[in-house]
Design a protein around this ligand. Sequence first.
Ligand code: PSU
Ligand code: MN
Length: 303
Amino acid sequence: MTSFPLTFSAEVATARKNGTPIVALESTIITHGMPYPQNLEVAQQVEADVREGGAIPATIAVIDGELHIGLDPEQLTALAQAKGVAKLSRADMAVCIASGGTGATTVAATMIAAKLAGIAVFATGGIGGVHKGAEESFDISADLLELAQTPVTVVAAGAKAILDVAKTLEVLETQGVPVIAYGQDSFPAFWSASSLLKAPLRLDSAADIARAHQTRVAMGLPGGQLIANPIPKDAEIPAGELAPVIAQAQADATVHRITGKGVTPYLLQRIFELTEGRSLTANIALVRNNARLAAKIASELAT
Ligand code: PSU
Ligand code: MN
């Protein structure tokens, strides 16, 4: 364990004392992934889903230079409404903490925080990946390299079609990250339950996923696992319907010369606008679904 100071919410502190399973949740999805007030409603709902699944939620963020593991309701509300919050990945986290800043954690930064706090399971919507045109831009999310080195099981709904999904899977393979589809062969495509790509691995129960996690730890393998959990069928949007919207959002990003950390938030916001909120409805359903599976995996790890 670490001597680095962490600030635990009362609920998470109690869970740690009692050995109650804990699920980490990221905060960039709140500050940069969804508009207010839906972002707050979703954050609260996802926390409730984790509790219903028998685990305790630990939403992670840096507030005034403190790394918070679990936010109280007031902190969550303030973060959801805050403007100009920094987006923190592996590269930015320590600078933000050292300078007393406030920032939301991406998948990469949330994994780092979860490891520091001894939390093995983390639920989110979608991970960052290899962007389309990466052969020119070199835009590859730090999330992929984090999965290769930090031993946390991340439950996501696959990768968005804003990314080059095939290249994303290639990088994960190169980095030795197990990409495990839950309950199906196809690699899920975020808003759609399946894609044309086959997932490299498949497991059909939370118990099996927990066992795979423990086996990696026992073998001394440093990285995590990516669990690709398909969106519930009744909430999915067919991939064909979204393809032109994504193309439009990408064209707009090029016109406005959006680069670096701004790319993912820009595309998500633009797709939300272009679908008149429909993308968000699906996004909410899949994040909640991931929270429920993560709670089951965390419960299995605790037994
Ligand atoms: N993908 C989504 N929703 C999100 C993100 C990604 O479908 O909210 C956020 C996550 O926090 C992820 C980050 O870790 O964007 C990736 O950003 P980048 O591509 O800049 O690494
Ligand atoms: Mn990027």
